[in-house]
Structures are given as C-alpha cells and as structure tokens.
Design a protein. Structure first.
Length: 86
C-alpha cells in the first residue's frame, strides 16, 4: 500500500476503473461517489486533481467525508462508488 495520500488516491481510482471495466462500465457510468478522508484538510486539493483525471464529467454526485480512521491504520482514503448500467 502506498504511503502518500496522492498515491493512495490514484491507486483507489485505478482499482475503481478496473472494477468498472470488469463489468463493462467506465467512469462515465458513475452516478454517485463518496470519498472518506482521514486528513481531509491535507488531501482535498490532491483528491480533486486526481479525480478530474478519471472522472471527466460534472457528474456523478460527490459526497466528501472527513473520518477519524479507516479499516486499516495505513489507509488515508477510501472511495465508495455507484454506477448505473445503461
């Protein structure tokens, strides 16, 4: 697992892309995105920049949550996504 928030964010989007592709979908099929940040004040700018590389439309709806911790102590970011099959 990468240590920096930027590397973790990029890896999370790469993994999300792989999951979408496995189902024959892409980032354009996302309808909702929720991001959980351990250090939201330090991560938000980087998250937005990296997100825009993958999600190029104004949608999906995006909820940003600051959290005290995630399931593993070395995780700084987690993404929950919902996609719609057209």
């Amino acid at each position: 697992m990468p240590n920096s928030a930027e590397e973790q964010i990029d890896l999370a989007f790469k993994r999300l892309g792989a999951i979408l592709a496995h189902q024959g979908l892409g980032f354009e099929d996302l309808v909702e995105l929720v991001s959980y940040h351990v250090r939201i004040d330090e991560q938000l700018t980087a998250f937005r920049e990296i997100k825009e590389r993958y999600v190029t439309r104004e949608f999906p709806a995006w909820t940003i949550l600051g959290v005290a911790a995630l399931a593993r102590s070395n995780l700084l970011i987690e993404i929950k996504a919902i996609a719609a099959v057209r």
